[in-house]
Ligand binder design. Sequence first.
Ligand SMILES: [Zn+2]
Length: 277
Amino acid sequence: MTLCPAEPDSGVVFVRKDKRGQEAEVQGRFDNVCDTALGTTLRNEDGVNVATVEHLCAALWGAGIDNVRIELSGPEVPIMDGSAYPFVFLIECAGVVEQPVARRWLRVRRPVEVEIGNSRLAVYPSEIFSADLAIEFDNRVIDRQTYRFAEGESGFKREISRARTFGFVEDVERMHAAGLALGGSLDNAVVVGDDGVINEEGLRYQDEFVRHKLLDCIGDFFLTGHRMIGHVEGIRPGHRINNELLRAVFADDSNWSMSELDDAVFSKAQEPSLAIA
Ligand SMILES: [Zn+2]
């Protein structure tokens, strides 16, 4: 994967360099999401897929990148260590440039709520992006965890970016037997048993699991193509309900607006768009 500079207002665009003679660009947008079973997968009109975009999208959000061209030599974003930190590190190494175009924010105007099974996710009007998430697993290593994140008060890189994806021993065994996640190992996921974490190095945060769910939310929400201003509340969130919430927001034009935030209502001043240097 190569992250490249991109024009103002181009957004997040994936380019499959291994596809010849086919439309190989896939816009990183929520309405291109075609599968949410093991991660978030995008598909363009030609049926070209890009899988596992969520941790990279979270890193882009964390680094403040608005416009980027992501070249890939295959059908998925590298999993790295299962977190967003390696991408944050590489973006910092490359550097970031301001572009001569004001950043446009997605403002949530009305409460929107979705429920799937025992999962619930809602977003409310607010002056910043913030999120309150709760997870509950019938496993005493994870059990119930909650986390609150508020842009400006919390630090994405320090608090969220290093949280890794996780799975249970029995799921890993079942997936490998089904030929899935064959590259999956203790190097790119936290594996949870009945009595503890299998990984020798243990956890990076004592509540790493709920922090990773927040990382996933941030990445999935960046598929609006813009930074969101709203307060998110979720119980047992996942990729599917994250995407359903965005579809519900955009189903009604009165739910949202696009703004450069130069009005006095918001504490944020107008900001420039950012790209990879
Ligand atoms: Zn994840």
